[in-house]
Write a protein that binds this ligand. Sequence first.
Ligand SMILES: [Zn+2]
Ligand SMILES: [Zn+2]
Length: 352
Amino acid sequence: MTPILSPDALLERRILPCTFHPSEDELLSSWLVRLAQAHRVKVQLFSHYLWPQIVVWKRDIDKLAPPHMLNTLVVRTLTDPHRIAQTMLAPAVERLTGTQLLHVKRGPTSWLMPVGIVHRTRQGNGLVYCPGCLQRDGANPYYRTSWRLAFYVVCPTCGVYLREECPACGAPVNFFRLDMGHQNAAEQLLSTCYKCAFDLSQAPMQPVPAQELSRYYTLYRVSREGWKEAVPYPHQYFRVLRQIVRVLSCPFGEALRLQVDVRLRMGQPVTWPSGGGAFEQLPIARRIYLLEQAMWLLEDWPARFIRVMHDNQIKSYTIRRDMAEEMPFWFSSVLVEHFFSARNRSWSQFEH
Ligand SMILES: [Zn+2]
Ligand SMILES: [Zn+2]
């Protein structure tokens, strides 16, 4: 593509000539690619002009970008620093885990889907999308921060399941690769599949049944405000949700018995999508399957949970395995009262 400015102009000017603020709930990487497009410069080059010292696309900038990178954006786009901070996932992840994300910490993060950066391209389905939202964006489609959170599997605005792949060719979302080898990349909307050029805003939409949708509304409210007065912080609920999901994802023994029983009680077919490993790395169909069961189990707390666990003879050890001292009181008090037999065992036996 032909830059409308010389490289010197991008290097010298304090305020970028074609700048704009991020859209509502936009991811940092999405905003950067759109800024590069507006300046008709390839995204790698654009990043290099702004930050010659760092290889921007080698790291997960959406998780947590270095402070000096953000400072540059504050100065050169005249965007409020608080607004820029909202383009990153660190604040949301910290709310969900109750721990601070540090620059030095690498590796997996609870509830955040990894993008698997290899040779500056992103692999795997670490980002999902809602065709309805991309459609409504019109001439400027962009990607939302919530689309990288593992429990965001439906769009609360459009009432449809999110998608993780291009329906035409099966490729994952990779909008930062749009300009590789394309001369007219500046004109390509971010909703374009990088591999086959299909417009992702035209992907088929699958409506979420009303009962499930109301569960997701509750879940997304909890992720912002906490569960209830006695459980006021999101991480106090999400720690347990993740544990239940882990118990349910075990494909054998009492966990398998539990899955089958929960599906039957929910009135759903006892077949399930495959996939193993950490929740954040599972295909979206598998995450939907596990989340819907876990949310159902935590409803009508604690009566439903106690009844289903007892009916399936699920041991206390299975429920609390590997949770150690991270167990919130609202959960541990129910386990102590209803699942712990003082005659036979002591808590210390369960610690290992
Ligand atoms: Zn939507
Ligand atoms: Zn495609």
